[in-house]
Design a protein around this ligand. Structure first.
Ligand SMILES: Cc1cc2nc3c(=O)[nH]c(=O)nc-3n(C[C@H](O)[C@H](O)[C@H](O)COP(=O)(O)OP(=O)(O)OC[C@H]3O[C@@H](n4cnc5c(N)ncnc54)[C@H](O)[C@@H]3O)c2cc1C
Length: 332
């Protein structure tokens, strides 16, 4: 039986995190008809903000920094629009003085800055990609098939490789070796609503150097939560060891370990597991060209650097690779 194509797109961007959104915005500005798909309910990917009653938490990325002038310009514009706010210039007295930005009201808002007018379809999970003569076929988990002239794939690399494998896409062996080398830390994130202010001093972020906790942040001091609310990130080692254990029990262990910074009773808590939190290694190139014609480009923080800024720059590079697909490829 013939596959029924549900939608055609000039360029299909898979993933509405920072990499996918910055790629799609650049493509749209260049006049390319662009469609973004994401399996999640909200945009932002790992720039995630959650509300629990009157409390608000950033439970993925905590802040962004800018080293590249293009990303700094984006933050300046986002600040004028009111969706980026300087949080602080470091969390200890001996800090480097570099600006740390937060989203307003949370990190997911910052991810969404400048994406008005983009067509983004949420809760749409891609199951497999396969190559046609001059286009790509994209099969969804709900059985729908999309077709696109070019694809930018921004899922974490191990997930992207599974989508390619499921559709029988063959990779250049050297590229495959490069991509298989990319691994990610895991992170268990606890969000706790407190009965009163925490003991953390301003500006409200602390990175312990020992024990199961990598980071603890007071979202009220940060300026994003009207009510006392802390985010606790476990270390990679603790998260890997506890991954398959009872999540509520694990949250209680982390809350007990954070007691000295909390100092008050806990009203309620939730826990979220980030299987692909931050890349342990990054690729030397800003994106990976899997296929030139029709273009299939991999992007994300594994290419641009293990942060939000790196993801944004990788998305821009991927958009450039699609726009200039017929020209000579620069060393991206
Ligand atoms: C706990 C934690 C703390 C962090 N702290 C910081 C920090 O303080 N500062 C900083 O700069 N960075 C931080 N990071 C890293 C930062 O969040 C990432 O580098 C950045 O957000 C990655 O963006 P991305 O677009 O590459 O990937 P993602 O944000 O992961 O976006 C990928 C998107 O693809 C979607 N997707 C995946 N598979 C499919 C599929 N099959 N079909 C459809 N959609 C799919 C996902 O739903 C997701 O939305 C942190 C990350 C975590 C998890």
């Amino acid at each position: 039986m013939q596959n029924v194509i549900h939608r055609n797109a000039d360029v299909l961007v898979i993933g509405a995190g920072m990499a996918g959104l910055s790629a799609a915005t650049a493509l749209q500005k260049a006049g390319r008809q662009t469609l973004v798909l994401d399996k999640g309910k909200r945009i932002g990917g790992r720039m995630a903000t959650r509300s629990v009653g009157g409390a608000r938490f950033d439970h993925g990325a905590q802040f962004v920094t800018a080293r590249d002038p293009r990303f700094a310009a984006l933050l300046d514009a986002a600040q004028i629009a009111g969706v980026a706010v300087e949080w602080c210039r470091g969390f200890t007295p001996e800090a480097d003085g570099h600006k740390r930005w937060r989203g307003a009201p949370g990190m997911s808002s910052l991810a969404g800055y400048g994406t008005e007018g983009l067509e983004i379809v949420q809760e749409k999970q891609v199951a497999a990609l396969s190559q046609g003569v001059d286009h790509w076929l994209i099969r969804m988990t709900d059985g729908e098939i999309y077709s696109a002239g070019a694809i930018i794939l921004t899922a974490p690399v191990p997930q992207s490789l599974l989508l390619l494998e499921a559709g029988g896409v063959l990779l250049d062996p050297a590229l495959k070796t490069r991509l298989l080398a990319i691994q990610y830390e895991r992170c268990l994130a606890v969000m706790a609503v407190l009965n009163g202010p925490s003991r953390l001093p301003a500006p409200g972020g602390f990175a312990p150097t020992q024990g199961p906790i990598a980071w603890v942040a007071d979202n009220q001091l940060k300026g994003i939560s009207p009510e006392p609310a802390v985010t606790i990130h476990a270390t990679d080692a603790f998260s890997v060891a506890q991954w398959d254990q009872d999540r509520d029990e694990t949250a209680r262990v982390l809350l007990a370990a954070a007691e000295e910074w909390l100092g008050v009773g806990i009203q309620s808590f939730q826990i979220h597991g980030w299987r692909y939190s931050k890349p342990k290694q990054t690729d030397p190139h800003r994106c990976a060209v899997v296929n030139r014609s029709p273009p299939l480009i991999l992007a994300g923080d594994a290419f641009g650097g293990p942060r939000v800024e790196g993801a944004a720059l990788s998305g821009l590079a991927a958009a450039g690779a699609v726009i200039h697909a017929d020209g000579p490829f620069l060393n991206l």
